[in-house]
Design a protein around this ligand. Structure first.
Ligand code: FAD
Ligand code: DLZ
Ligand code: SF4
Length: 509
């Protein structure tokens, strides 16, 4: 039976399962820019440019390969505004009775697609998304059999399954994990290479105009957009990463530097998550660099761990824990986001830098997301729903399957410790060790109380005191609570008072 083949904005790859047996003569491939997907949160302008431009380029790539493509532009007069209604219209126009789609990346969309058979009166086949190495069922089976879901053990299974960096059933180098050699701070004379940029072509320029005019109140600017929008450009980003950055990836994975958001990271999440690149091919490129002696094992293993470990793990975690994950709020936090999450106007230089980078690029690297913005979000008791919404809209690589486990699980501990064995909280000392932010800050990182004291310091201790009932029994927190026990009552009272004053100021602003 001839079929309508639906390709979502984050499924832009010719190998996607919904295209696998496409009849180029009779089937129609639908790609649709729609208001519902572009506005269910106010995505950063660069994220919309990235997707719409990549969708338009992908449609043209499919046409060149003789697929019959129905492309729906955002400003088509009869644009239906939602995927459901675009599918409905395409079925009518092309007289089709069957839809083939690939499993989407968000729960809300899956639930909607699961109703389509009933609503549209046609057959709808939702195929697995085999760009991922593991399946949601595989994760659930793995998780159901154990008390703790530690990424490390899931990752080892993935290494065995793929054979990546394996010698028989043993890890190459005799260890699964080289983190001990990683995570150095970055000396000031180390100069990361310049990031790859692409001059916008006519298609991208038209999208930039559309986005600036249509979404004026969304975050950021579209006019200085320079990301890859085709598979060949994305492959060039990957190639340059492997050649220029991968050798230092492990060493400086956790480092932060004022004025440089790109450092030695890969910047591949935009392309992995939208389909322009496939995770397995990128990991194989990195593994080959190790075999060619072009990158050391600590860097290559560290990079592969991020994709084969974390990326696969969070996707399995998301589907296993939804829909309850979106309501989880272990610490019962309810504070609204401070205004500076939108403006970056704050005296805390680390927050100012990380939020400015985010606004400018729709990107921040992992440690900025985790140990600066994430750390503050937990210490300040921000509402998990509001924090999730912020992270989903500000980053160009954000889709709920990857954003929500990182936010509710990794940074907020809102899941009560299913993903992380302890909350990722730290005082200003950590930020000072891993960055140069504190040098240009109005606060003093060495002070715990007083007008110049670093807010991360007193918020950190205040958080630990407030949540002692929930955290003190955790063996991984024992040392910290021991230090707290050695502090004088006066010192504790002063920090609590100062934390309360700052939090009240946030509430009243
Ligand atoms: P690199 O540092 O070069 O890492 C290589 C790849 O590993 C990334 O491209 C990504 O695909 C994968 N990866 C690394 N860490 C993670 C992780 N924790 N979870 C899943 N994949 C990972 N990543 C997203 O892709 N989308 C998100 O919406 C997102 N939200 C995040 C929110 C928070 C609070 C935190 C702490 C992390 C989030 N991450 C998210 C994970 C990570 O920060 C980004 O994948 C990474 O910064 C992307 O930049 P990069 O491609 O240069 O990554
Ligand atoms: C993120 C996004 C945006 C901004 N716009 C579209 C769109 O117009 N059409 C589309 O098919 N997909 C879009 N997407 C990606 C979807 O939101 C994504 O497929 C779901 O969130 C599931 O991951
Ligand atoms: Fe951030 Fe504190 Fe350092 Fe200022 S002193 S940059 S607030 S950690």
């Amino acid at each position: 039976m001839a079929a309508l083949r639906l390709i979502l904005g984050d499924q832009l790859n010719e190998q996607i399962s919904s295209l696998s047996d496409c009849d180029k003569q009779n089937d129609v491939v639908l790609i649709a820019e729609v208001r519902e997907e572009a506005t269910y949160v106010k995505h950063h302008k660069k994220k919309i440019v990235l997707l719409f431009s990549a969708m338009r380029h992908f449609a043209s790539q499919l046409r060149d390969a003789n697929f019959n493509v129905a492309y729906r532009y955002y400003d088509d007069e009869d644009n239906q505004g939602s995927l459901l209604n675009e599918v409905k219209l395409a079925l009518q126009r092309h007289n089709l009775q069957h839809v083939v789609a690939t499993f989407p990346g968000e729960y809300r969309l899956l639930k909607s697609m699961q109703q389509w058979e009933q609503v549209l009166g046609v057959s709808v086949e939702i195929r697995p998304d085999d760009r991922f190495i593991s399946t949601p069922e595989q994760f659930s089976k793995w998780a159901d059999g154990r008390k703790q879901w530690r990424m490390e053990y899931f990752y080892r299974d993935m290494r065995r399954q793929t054979g990546l960096l394996m010698e028989g059933d043993q890890p190459i180098g005799g260890k699964w994990n080289f983190d001990h050699d990683n995570r150095k701070s970055m000396p000031s004379d180390v100069q990361p290479p310049k990031p790859y940029t692409v001059e916008p072509d006519e298609i991208t320029q038209a999208v930039i105009k559309l986005v600036e005019n249509t979404f004026p109140d969304h975050m950021g600017k579209a006019t200085d957009f320079s990301y890859a929008v085709t598979r060949s450009q994305a492959l060039e980003v990957a190639k340059q990463f492997i050649e220029q950055r991968l050798p230092n990836f492990g060493d400086y994975q956790d480092a932060m530097r004022e004025g440089d958001v790109w450092l030695f990271h890969s910047h591949l999440s935009f392309y992995l998550n939208s389909g322009l690149l496939l995770p397995l091919e990128v990991m194989q490129m990195a593994e080959q660099a190790y075999f060619d002696n072009a990158a050391p094992l600590n860097a290559v293993e560290g990079f592969i761990r991020q994709i084969l470990g974390w990326r696969e793990y969070v996707r399995g975690f998301y589907w296993h824990c939804m829909p309850t994950l979106q309501q989880d709020n272990y610490f019962e936090h309810t504070r609204a986001l401070p205004e500076f999450y939108w403006t970056a106007h704050t005296n805390m230089n680390c927050m100012r830098q990380c939020i400015s980078d985010t606004k400018q690029h729709a990107y921040a690297h992992h440690i900025q997301r985790l140990m600066v913005i994430g750390n503050f979000s937990l210490l300040a008791g921000l509402d998990p729903v509001a924090v999730n919404e912020w992270y989903l809209l500000v980053y160009a690589d954000a889709y709920e399957w990857v954003e929500m486990p990182n936010v509710s699980g990794m940074i907020l501990f809102a899941d009560g410790g299913k993903l992380a064995s302890k909350p990722y909280v730290a005082s200003g000392q950590y930020i000072n060790r891993m960055s140069d932010y504190c040098k240009n800050c109005g606060y003093s990182v060495s002070k715990k109380t007083g007008p110049k004291a670093c807010p991360f310091n007193y918020l950190y201790w205040d958080f630990l005191i407030k949540h002692q009932d929930k955290l003190a029994k955790n063996p991984r927190m024992a040392l910290i609570y021991k230090s707290l026990g050695r502090m004088s009552e006066d010192n504790i009272a002063a920090m609590q008072e100062q934390a309360q004053a700052l939090l009240s100021k946030l509430d009243s602003a």
